[in-house]
Design a protein around this ligand. Structure first.
Ligand code: HPA
Length: 268
């Protein structure tokens, strides 16, 4: 069961030949990093075979190939979420494309709700593990034994160290924690948030986990950072809204951008 990664990679290569090192999946608030790519070629997802076009406002839908801090990168500006289609492997082709283009490392970003008072809205959180209690998995239907994927160290320890060092270098605090995936699109209830706290989650969100599983399946190293946009349902005085996510996401995202630039610079 594979997607159209080869076809899409050929289209990207025709537009901008070269081998790439890091693939980035940018969620809410981080889109502006894609505009800062140098020597860039931009390919709308609609021009690529098998790429989903996200319907979420605040998500662009284009692949940007170029360099950032001297590192050849492919940026996926905008992702499709499970809740848009009901397909947990909706990001299969984009991830295959990154792999085909030579990316050994994937960095994913997202917006998330915090479950811990010390992880405040407006701050970034480095994801060190995840909880997938959704009953969904992008590898369901895979036919060979590679489907029994080891996720013991899904979020690469070396990359986490490098990101923490990068944060220190640029003077940003970087909390760390476990991200729990909820399908969305409705936000969680306060009872679900209390459950997540008990289960050991530090933040909740509606993306990233299926992409991480796919990226690990394809043999890429993974790091992920959340921009915390709110406290989980029931933990803040007001209710939750997508408007708040859009409004708050750029605060943490600006910090994540600095951290990612330093991280790339050290890699170049
Ligand atoms: N829950 C789920 N997804 C989110 C949240 C949240 O509280 N905030 C931003 N994305």
């Amino acid at each position: 069961m594979s997607g159209f990664g080869k076809e899409s990679a050929d289209i990207v290569r025709a537009a901008r030949p070269g081998d790439y090192k890091v693939g980035m999946i940018l969620g809410s608030g981080l889109g502006s990093l894609a505009t800062e790519v140098e020597d860039a070629v931009r390919v709308p997802y609609s021009h690529l075979t098998g790429f989903p076009v996200s319907s979420v406002t605040a998500h662009a839908s284009e692949l940007v190939a170029g360099t950032l801090e001297g590192v050849p990168v492919i940026i996926l500006s905008g992702r499709a979420h499970y809740y848009e289609s009901g397909n947990p492997s909706i990001m299969r082709t984009p991830l295959e494309t990154l792999k085909e283009l030579g990316c050994e490392t994937i960095v994913a970003t997202n917006a998330a709700g915090s479950l811990r008072v010390h992880i405040k809205p407006g701050s970034p959180m480095l994801i060190n593990d995840h909880i997938n209690w959704s009953g969904l998995n992008p590898l369901i239907g895979e036919e060979d034994e590679s489907r029994f994927l080891d996720l013991s160290s899904a979020y690469d320890a070396d990359l986490r160290e490098q990101l923490k060092n990068a944060a220190t270098e640029v003077g940003e605090d970087l909390e760390e924690g476990v991200y729990m995936w909820f399908s969305g699109p409705s936000f969680e209830t306060p009872a679900e948030i209390r459950m997540s706290q008990v289960l050991g989650a530090d933040a909740v969100g509606m993306s990233t986990v299926p992409e991480v599983i796919l990226a690990r399946f394809l043999g890429m190293r993974v790091a992920a950072i959340s921009t915390i946009t709110n406290m989980g349902a029931g933990l803040q005085a007001h209710g939750l809204s997508h408007d708040e996510t859009k409004e708050m996401a750029p605060l943490g995202a600006a910090k994540i951008k600095k951290i990612l630039r330093a991280f790339l610079k050290n890699m170049a």
